[in-house]
Design a protein around this ligand. Structure first.
Ligand SMILES: [Zn+2]
Length: 434
């Protein structure tokens, strides 16, 4: 059981890590090193031997291994990223890098995504050192750089160049799972992530005939591009259920006593009410146009116009995603992947999932654990290259009215102290028994 000191430390570590500004502006503009050194210091204080690893100066990752008591057991990875997305101080109620603790709530960029989990991991393993606890499995702890951009300096680098550090790891846990989802009707759900959609960020290029803006031009690159992104933006993707999403829908339907036609996904979502939020973004692929670049003067038709689209695809249907985009872009517009990553699917009948579920149920007996699929992606994608199956498990007990999903990359990101205490207790129980 996590001790008092662990409960104090998780709050202090969250606040301290928020105060270390690790804003990732993309394109290599980030410096995680001070946060990595902070984490390494806490690990060393627990008698561990953390290694600091950099592909690029200042973009620091930290890895440490805690030896388990059962040498025949597979190792377990627990990881958290150290970088955060930008925050504009003028939009916030408190300074985003203050780490201020006010009325039992820790405020700041990273409070939820995901310096909270980094702090929980540190507090748990330090508690083990004090109590002389050894987990059953080897536990490999990794704090990564660059999750909020390409992962090239973070998990991608670790999986590619330092696989030996993860030897024996078969499963991993990290962000976005086991948080309280209030359904508005008094029920508390605890969704554990067992899958991620894949990312397909697309660059569309329309070419045409450049010329004077006053002349007839049927080969206008801007018009061609606009038509293509309108088709993409308005396209209604068909429902495609992965095993995790199907299980989530089945369990929710059972919990709510809803008779459902398995082929009428949208009808079921409608009947689920607020709980539909947990699954609605993952029953189909998606593609949203997000950026446009074209032209330099109002009376000049440019020869080329470019757009970017944030596409996401479900496990097992990437081919369909690509074929659909070929069709939607049409003959006048080329497209390529600007960035892409695979979709993930993790089993729900594994002992590890059962243990995550049991740990949540022990400390939140009123809660209902359900599986879900993440709509976006995490470092788990990179670690999957090492054969590591990823689950989203960052336990947080959250009060009603607290909009957890809005905290990710949102304004006034914050986390209740009570949520962190719950997280430490549940994570401790899970990691030591997993
Ligand atoms: Zn994150």
């Amino acid at each position: 059981m996590a001790d008092e000191q662990a409960l104090d430390e998780v709050v202090r570590f969250t606040s301290d890590l928020i105060r270390i500004d690790t804003t990732n502006r993309g394109g290599g503009d980030c410096r995680e090193r001070p946060a990595a050194e902070y984490a390494a210091e806490q690990l060393a204080g627990a008698g561990l031997e953390p290694v600091l690893l950099e592909r690029t100066a200042g973009r620091t990752n930290v890895v440490a291994r805690i030896e388990g008591s059962d040498p025949s057991a597979d190792a377990l990875l627990v990881h958290g990223h150290l970088d955060v997305v930008p925050a504009r101080a003028e939009d916030w109620s408190v300074h985003p890098f203050s780490g201020e603790i006010r009325d039992g709530v820790v405020w700041g960029r990273g409070a939820v995504d995901m310096k909270n989990m980094d702090a929980m991991i540190l507090a748990v393993v330090r508690g083990w050192a004090r109590a002389g606890v050894r987990p059953r499995r080897d536990v490999v702890v990794a704090f990564t750089a660059d999750e909020e951009d390409s992962a090239r300096d973070g998990s991608g680098f670790l999986a590619g160049e330092h696989a030996a550090l993860f030897e024996g790891c078969t499963e991993g846990v990290s962000e976005s799972g086991a948080f309280t989802f209030h359904d508005g009707a008094g029920r508390q759900l605890y969704p554990i992530a067992a899958g991620e959609r894949g990312t397909g960020w697309l660059k569309l290029t329309a070419r045409g005939r450049a010329g004077h803006g006053s002349k007839v031009n049927k080969e206008n690159a801007v018009t061609r591009l606009a038509a293509a992104i309108t088709r993409i933006g308005e396209y209604e993707w068909p429902a495609r259920l992965t095993p995790t999403v199907r299980a989530a829908l089945t369990e929710l339907a059972l919990l709510y006593g809803i008779e459902s036609d398995p082929d009428d996904v949208d009808g079921l979502l409608h009947k689920l009410g607020p709980a539909a939020k947990l699954v609605e973004a993952t029953v189909r692929n998606s593609a949203n146009p997000t950026m446009l670049e074209a032209g330099y003067k109002v009376n000049v038709i440019p020869g080329e116009a470019v757009a970017y689209v944030d596409g996401r695809h479900l496990f097992g249907v990437e081919d369909e995603f690509r074929a659909t985009l070929d069709e939607l872009t049409g003959p006048d517009v080329d497209w390529e992947f600007h960035h892409r990553s695979i979709a993930l699917q993790a089993p729900l009948d594994s002992p590890t999932y059962a243990k995550m579920r049991a740990a949540v149920e022990e400390f939140a007996p009123e809660g209902h654990v359900v599986p879900y699929c993440m709509s976006g992606g995490t470092d788990a994608k990179e670690f999957s290259r090492l054969g590591i199956t990823g689950y989203g498990f960052t336990p947080l007990k959250l009060p009603e009215g607290y909009d957890y999903q809005a905290m990710f990359h949102g304004v006034d990101e914050r986390v209740p102290v009570e949520a962190l205490h719950f997280g430490v207790r549940v994570l401790d129980r899970f990691l030591r028994t997993a």
